[in-house]
Design a protein around this ligand. Structure first.
Ligand SMILES: [Zn+2]
Length: 266
């Protein structure tokens, strides 16, 4: 079932104002009860790193590639960002191995022991299509929420938009950078700059926009220490898309794997 409109607005208004993040986060008891009842907000629960990894692996096992790609497609014309996110979570999570960590920060997945507020994670999911796709807590929350959403059916318009996104990336030129791509995608589908950046990041997790000389999540989980950061970006593009330039093109094999029916429109 799609997320209730009022429950969505309560969550967004808790964290965000027209000028950005709110410093004072407050939600009335009535609004919080409504948001919890409709699945947009949660009671803060302590989830350890190891519990979060188990939850992520279980959520991936209950999800299919088809479910996340249909949701991704259906997000394009509708601007339903929460549907866009799950492809990123699934792509990162599907090769994650069961593991445990006792340290403050896990050397394998890179996640901190201290739990992130699930309400902030869900806010980021709905506002931008997710921010922390490496985070096992986020992967679990995102994929469980997609399962609660039920079946999602993309349209021909969605498929046309995705084809135009790939054509734009292919045509950006050898020297094209991520910022050029983000601007070039403007106007292809309803979006703002932050949303287009997130979409580009998800196409990186999916192995479509990558530097083929570097490890990527389609071939196997990339441990935190192997996610080498670019020396030139100070603007938070995630690994692995941060290494992409126009000369990398798009991975046709990744497109064929995720979207086998994109060309014939079925
Ligand atoms: Zn870990």
């Amino acid at each position: 079932m799609p997320l209730d409109k009022r429950a969505r607005k309560i969550l967004i208004d808790t964290f965000w104002s027209p000028s950005g993040w709110k410093r004072e986060r407050a939600v009335s008891p009535d609004d919080l009860a409504y948001a919890k009842e409709h699945g947009s907000m949660f009671d803060p629960v302590e989830v350890s790193h190891d519990e979060a990894v188990d939850a992520a692996i279980n959520a991936v096992a209950r999800t299919t590639s088809g479910a996340v790609t249909r949701a991704f497609l259906a997000s394009l014309s509708t601007r339903r960002l929460e549907l866009r996110s799950a492809l990123g979570s699934y792509a990162v999570g599907r090769h994650m191995q069961a593991h445990s960590s006792a340290g403050a920060r896990c050397v394998y997945c890179g996640e901190y022991q201290n739990a992130a507020d699930p309400n902030i994670l869900n806010f980021e999911r709905i506002k931008w299509g997710g921010v922390r796709h490496y985070n096992p807590r986020y992967i679990a929350l995102d994929l469980e929420a997609l399962a609660a959403e039920g079946a999602v059916t993309p349209t021909d318009e969605d498929r046309q938009i995705l084809r135009s996104i790939f054509e734009t990336a292919k045509g950006i030129g050898q020297k094209g950078r991520l910022g050029d791509l983000e601007r070039a995608l403007s106007g292809l589908f309803p979006s703002n700059s932050s949303e287009r950046r997130t979409l580009i990041g998800i196409l990186g997790y999916a192995g479509i926009l990558i530097d083929p000389g570097r490890p990527d999540f389609r071939r196997g989980f990339v441990p935190d220490a192997k996610r080498e950061q670019t020396p030139w970006h100070k603007d938070d593009w995630p690994y692995p898309v941060q290494w992409w330039t126009g000369s990398c093109g798009v991975s046709e094999s990744a497109i064929d794997e995720w979207f086998p029916d994109l060309e014939n429109g079925s």
